[in-house]
Design a protein around this ligand. Structure first.
Ligand SMILES: [Zn+2]
Length: 408
């Protein structure tokens, strides 16, 4: 079988580091030409063909695996070779993962929103890193298979870059949303090379994650002056049209239908200056537009009901003299009269103030207090349902401690 050729490629860039992801998704509905595993007999589907997280398609974590390094054929590399062994060759005993990583090479075989077979936990769920919430390796997470038989600096760096990118892309936290295979299936000591040095690897992921999120903050700060109409965090109407993989891409990667979306990045000097992600009425990311688009395809969303909604929520004014100290993990709300996240920062959308509480995910940045616009800030992480306490994807926004208050 000839080497795989990717259907598309995209570049992950964090600081000076760039990696290319070779995308060759196993076709939906593809069937086995032979018996591959006990659960994949000849004629059966070769991948689950199911969306993550009970059909929502929203990843709730990343599962890290190790598999043995191999000597690849001349002209290719182990990441491509493992991908090809999975599909179309059917030689991986039914293991189907999202990403293969070896040295600087990354191959993707499943979309981020679909289930794989990799955690040996079937369709089951177990207690997650977040108290009171359950998670399943197969049914809720993205699998990253890191090809190494012993420590390999290059391979681990590429894996850390990819995982940092995926965490950020899906609003996941490096603190709570990375899992190891043995978390779901304790009989298997996997990732075997990384478990003994897990803190080192975890810190490498966090450093790339922090570099990525701080880069985005800088981009939005630089662009703030040049556009009054749109800013990061705004909920807008996407009217349908071309979507690009980068703000400067010369040709579109595809197009998406009209939907409600959130602006997650801006680059107003570029050709396609708004980065959008489709959201539902709760502001949670859903499938739909995901990428850079032209301003002409976006219109601000009318927020006619927000004023009356805020008025209903007006609470007794409490004198706010002292500046409170907050801790990571604390649950807070955003005060209803807040305007910008911090002086000179982006505007806080009204749903952020009305719809959720938030879990503070960080109170420092690289060991220092985070000062923005002259105010001490903390990082708002997961959204928390005001009634049930259930936690949802993270909003990842630094906010002045003066604009939040503690909730039970
Ligand atoms: Zn594994």
């Amino acid at each position: 079988m000839a080497f795989l050729t990717p259907d598309s490629v995209y570049t992950i860039k964090i600081g000076e580091e760039t990696r290319t992801v070779n995308v060759k998704i196993i076709p939906d509905g593809a069937t086995a030409e032979k018996n591959i595993a006990s659960y994949i007999q000849k004629g059966d589907l070769v991948k689950p063909n199911r969306k993550l997280s009970d059909g929502s398609g929203i990843p709730r974590g990343i599962t890290v695996h190790n598999t043995n390094d191999i000597v690849a054929a001349t002209g290719t590399n182990p990441a491509e070779q493992y991908a090809r062994a999975t599909y179309p060759n059917g030689n991986m005993n039914g293991v189907v993962v999202h990403y293969w990583v070896w040295e600087n090479e990354i191959w993707q075989q499943l979309s981020d929103n679909e289930q794989g077979w990799h955690a040996a936990d079937g369709k089951s769920r177990t207690e997650s890193h977040i108290a009171g919430k359950e998670i399943g390796g197969n049914v809720d997470t993205i699998a990253v298979e890191i090809i190494q038989s012993e420590r390999n600096e290059k391979t681990e760096k590429t894996a850390a870059i990819l995982i940092a990118y995926l965490l950020d892309k899906h609003g996941l936290s490096p603190e709570t949303d990375i899992y190891t295979h043995n978390y779901f299936y304790s009989n298997k000591y996997c990732p075997s090379v990384l478990l003994p040095v897990w803190n080192t690897f975890s810190n490498e992921i966090k450093s790339f994650y922090n570099a990525l999120t701080s880069l985005q903050e800088n981009v939005s700060a630089d662009d703030k002056e040049t556009n009054k109409e749109f800013s990061v965090g705004d909920i807008v109407n996407f009217n349908g049209g071309n979507v690009y993989v980068s703000s400067t891409a010369t040709s579109a990667a595809g197009n998406s239908k009209a939907c409600t979306a959130k602006i997650t990045l801006t680059a107003f000097s570029a050709a396609h200056p708004l980065h959008l992600r489709a959201v539902n009425e709760n502001g949670d990311f859903v499938s739909g537009v995901y990428g850079w688009v032209d301003v002409s395809t976006v219109t601000p969303k009318e927020t006619t009901s927000s004023t009356s909604k805020e008025e209903e929520n007006v609470e007794e004014k409490i004198p706010e003299t002292e500046q409170k100290t907050f801790a990571a993990g604390e649950i807070v709300s955003v005060k209803s009269d807040s305007v910008e996240y911090y002086p000179g920062g982006v505007k806080i959308p009204s749903w952020v103030k009305t719809d959720y509480f938030y879990e503070i995910s960080q109170v420092t940045y690289r060991g220092q207090k985070m000062i923005k616009g002259g105010k001490e800030c903390v990082l708002l992480g997961r959204k928390v349902d005001k009634n049930t306490g259930e936690k949802y994807s993270s909003i990842n926004s630094w906010i002045s401690t003066e604009l939040i208050k503690a909730e039970k």
